[in-house]
Design a binder for this molecule. Sequence first.
Ligand SMILES: C[S@@+](CC[C@H](N)C(=O)[O-])C[C@H]1O[C@@H](n2cnc3c(N)ncnc32)[C@H](O)[C@@H]1O
Length: 349
Amino acid sequence: MTFGPKPPEGGDWSAAFGHAPVLLAETMEFLAVKPDGLYVDCTLGGGGHARAILGRLGPNGRLLALDVDPEPLEWAGAWGAGDPRLTLERASFGDLAGVLSRLGLGPADGLVADLGLSARQLLGAGRGFSITRDGPLDMRLDPDATLTAHEIVNHYPEYRLADILRRYGEETAARKLARLVVEARERAPINSTHELAAIAERALYRPGPRPRVHPATKTFMALRLAVNGELETLSRFLAQARSCLKTGGVLAVISFHSLEDRMVKLALRGEAPGPDEGGPIAQAWPKSKRGLIRKARTGRALTPGELRAPPDPVRAFRPLRRKSVRPTEAEITANPRSRSAKLRAAEAV
Ligand SMILES: C[S@@+](CC[C@H](N)C(=O)[O-])C[C@H]1O[C@@H](n2cnc3c(N)ncnc32)[C@H](O)[C@@H]1O
């Protein structure tokens, strides 16, 4: 595989790869890398976070970096060549516990997951992630995976298509869009990203000024999440993250999608989803003392928004910050793709 010219000595490897790391300083502050520690970068990409960790490790420290896409691993072979502290593995972070055990590596001092895809993948020819660049309907992060967006768009029944658009894209016009996709594919297969974007644009058209984001944005996001099983993988990762960390170790997750952020928030707080997040109402608790007093006084049933799930009796994590950390205006201006990023971090207890 060719990557073009090697960056000059001391050059900017992230820029050369085509992906600027997001919330880098903030992530490093939470990780507080110990020079002799073991760290895992679960999503290597252009290696921005990985290189920052390596830069803080001493000669006995160790970094394991994973990616499902072979290209970032090949790229890291260039910038990390000969560094005995760096281990590169083509694997999913959904299988992290198994990977650590296979490599004989103990629990880690820190895990970083910067979810989704890199700018290089988004803009790469032939990957089918971008609405604006025409390409085949592919959207696989792992090029050896079997399921593609083409298969979903052209072969899934209408109800499953609508479910994907509603669940992963939070698309309110999911049923209408699914119907138009099925009508279009009955005339001819939908082969390209531009064909799909045009159908979505027609289905989601609203009179008035042109919207700031392309109307097919949610459609593309939903398909990508479905093709790669991203929410399911995140759920598996969050369930095993504690067992992969030492007590006192840090988990830092950067997400770009509200469903992902909700999953991370709940996992780090040790909570099941509350009634306003789709969880069961039966064992729910009032969110505040005020709610409890009001219920006792008036006898009125509390609304889902006033209830939360009971806390998990075995806490796995202590959040390092109650709220998510967002990029500064300066970062957003320099790297507009960071706009929707949210960083959450917690300490294993
Ligand atoms: C946003 S990029 C990471 C960028 C990186 N932090 C940097 O600063 O350059 C996300 C990367 O995670 C990879 N990825 C996505 N899902 C994955 C999974 N389940 N397991 C491992 N890597 C995954 C993608 O292929 C992509 O290279």
